[in-house]
Design a protein around this ligand. Structure first.
Ligand code: SF4
Ligand code: SF4
Length: 143
């Protein structure tokens, strides 16, 4: 049978190490930011807010079909677009979108795509963005 030896413990060393760790952090700058006045760093390849070019959308409904969260729903928007005879355009629910990018990858005309924009603002539990809102930047939507 193998005998396991207990390591020798020097009194107070662990306690002093803990105090030293806490002491070090007293002089470090906090990593939190005062949002929304300060913006947190977002990596250059970060993607979230979906945009739609209604002129390029042909209403094929592929984006709706590949969305795993049913976040895309096609709606009718009367618009003079000869490529979209059924007048079908996607609206997106950002409350359930998990940024999988399936819609962007399946779109045959690159009409729908994710951008670097991070913030979406909605009230009354409505996170749906209409096709017309998807064409605008977030600043334009808020106006
Ligand atoms: S990114 Fe994914 S989850 Fe979000 S709307 Fe597109 S397909 Fe749906
Ligand atoms: S956004 Fe693209 S995939 Fe979706 S309906 Fe329009 S053309 Fe089809």
């Amino acid at each position: 049978m193998i005998e396991v030896k207990e390591p020798k413990r020097i009194p107070f060393v662990g306690m002093l190490q803990g105090m030293f760790t806490v002491f070090k952090h007293l002089f470090k700058k906090p990593i939190t930011v005062q949002y929304p006045e300060e913006k947190a760093y977002t990596p250059p390849r970060f993607k979230f807010r979906i945009f739609l070019s209604m002129d390029d959308c042909v209403g094929c409904t592929l984006c709706e079909q590949v969305c795993p969260n049913l976040s895309i729903r096609m709606i009718v928007v009367e618009r003079n677009n000869p490529h979209n005879k059924r007048n079908l355009y996607p609206q997106v629910n950002f409350g359930t979108c998990t940024v999988c990018r399936n819609c962007e990858e399946i779109c045959p005309t690159e009409a729908i795509y994710l951008t670097h924009e991070l913030e979406t603002a909605r009230t009354r539990n409505n996170f749906f963005y209409s096709p017309q809102e998807l064409e605008k930047t977030e600043e334009e939507v808020k106006k």
